[in-house]
Design a protein around this ligand. Structure first.
Ligand SMILES: [Zn+2]
Length: 386
């Protein structure tokens, strides 16, 4: 922490003085709506980000824009360091909010609460990350080389940006994920999420006149749902839920088709494999009924293991200097940090902003925490790998 603690009082004043500028930058990005499903709209925000990041941090050593057509662009900015090693900052700028949400929930700052579509998840974090880099540099803190990744398809599971994120993480000292935290806690464990659909196809017939001629897809799926539910292993951190079941066309018809939608979560790769294998092996006891499984596991799990602990402890010491030591949270869903944690890179997730209601209409950021978050990110950047 050499350097950071000494610089902290001056840094704190500077961040406070710049608070209005932070809000202006956040407003500009929030008002450029970026639903993941509208790559064109996401692309317009990418244009703005390219100019803004360069205005804030200067022309980057290399600056790549990956356009994908059906997914929002991913931007990668590389900056040289003043000391060895490199840190990756991950920020997505797409949101779950459809175009026009800004009319219902305009950007606002009232009584210490910042609102607007995507403000918590995670535009406030992206803006905070860039402000933190600038403040750290202006106060003469020696930083490692930095790679800032801004992706526009995170809310879709990062299908197009995943290889770019993995490449950016290669050889990095650490990855800082600018997703929201929970209060002053970071997200140190995130489960893997699997989304599957089970489909059965039987033979339709009249239930009264020709029961033997039919093979019921509904009876078959009912039988299989029991087997799916048996895959739960809550002690192992694995949950398997059949959330939606549909099937059949009429009370007196032996059903020709049925589906079951499955959500599954796990904290261990071995458990992901166990569930995957079992789901793929499902067969109906009536051999005339076909069984098909669609879907897959998404991001791998992130655990608070030996690779992760030292970085967290270091960040917590910095947080203690800024305000208080960090707490830890385990959450059900994944982030882009999971990709890098799975590759053995230390990850700090949940650095972006504090507030509540991601993906909900009460989404908001607590204005009073913004400055401390910027200081925390700056302090971590100044200390990682030191
Ligand atoms: Zn997010």
């Amino acid at each position: 922490m050499t350097g950071f603690t000494e610089a902290l009082p001056a840094l704190r004043d500077a961040v406070r003085r710049d608070h209005a500028r932070y809000l202006d930058d956040l407003r500009a990005l929030v008002e450029l709506e970026t639903p993941s499903s509208s790559p064109h709209a996401v692309g317009r925000a990418a244009d703005w980000l390219q100019q803004w990041v360069v205005a804030m941090l200067g022309q980057s050593e290399s600056h790549t824009r990956h356009d994908f057509g059906d997914h929002g662009p991913t931007l990668v900015f590389d900056y040289p360091g003043q000391r060895p090693g490199r840190v990756v900052l991950l920020a997505h700028y797409d949101t779950v909010w459809p175009l026009g949400t800004i009319e219902d929930i305009p950007f606002s700052v009232t009584d210490g609460v910042i609102r607007g579509p995507g403000v918590l998840d995670m535009k406030a974090g992206l803006i905070a990350g860039v402000h933190a880099i600038r403040h750290a540099r202006e106060h003469g803190l020696a930083l490692p080389a930095l790679t800032l990744v801004c992706n526009g398809d995170e809310e879709l599971g990062s299908p197009a940006s995943r290889p770019i994120i993995e490449a950016a993480g290669e050889g990095a000292l650490a990855a800082l994920v600018l997703e929201p935290g929970v209060g002053w806690d970071l997200k140190t464990e995130r489960k893997a999420v699997g989304v599957f659909e089970l489909r059965t196809t039987g033979i339709e017939s009249h239930a009264g006149n020709d029961p033997e001629g039919g093979a019921s897809a509904v009876h078959a799926i009912a039988e299989l749902i029991g087997q799916v539910a048996d895959l739960n292993a809550l002690d192992e951190g694995t949950s398997v839920n059949v959330g939606v079941v549909t099937g059949g066309t009429g009370r007196n018809v032996v059903a020709g088709s049925a589906t079951a939608k499955i959500d599954t979560r796990a904290t261990q790769v071995s458990e992901m494999e166990r569930v995957d294998t079992a789901l793929r092996a499902l067969r109906a006891s009536d051999p005339r009924v076909g069984v098909e499984l669609l879907g897959s596991w998404g991001r791998p799990p992130m655990r608070h293991d030996e690779t992760q602990r030292p970085l967290f402890e270091r960040a917590s010491a910095i947080a203690a200097a800024v305000r208080a030591p960090l707490g830890r949270r385990s959450v059900g869903g994944g982030s882009d940090g999971n990709f890098l944690a799975a590759r053995g890179i230390p990850v700090l997730d949940g650095l972006g902003a504090s507030g509540a209601g991601p993906h909900a209409r009460n989404e908001h950021v607590l204005e009073g925490d913004v400055d401390d978050r910027i200081l925390l990110i700056a302090g971590i950047l100044a200390s990682v790998g030191e």
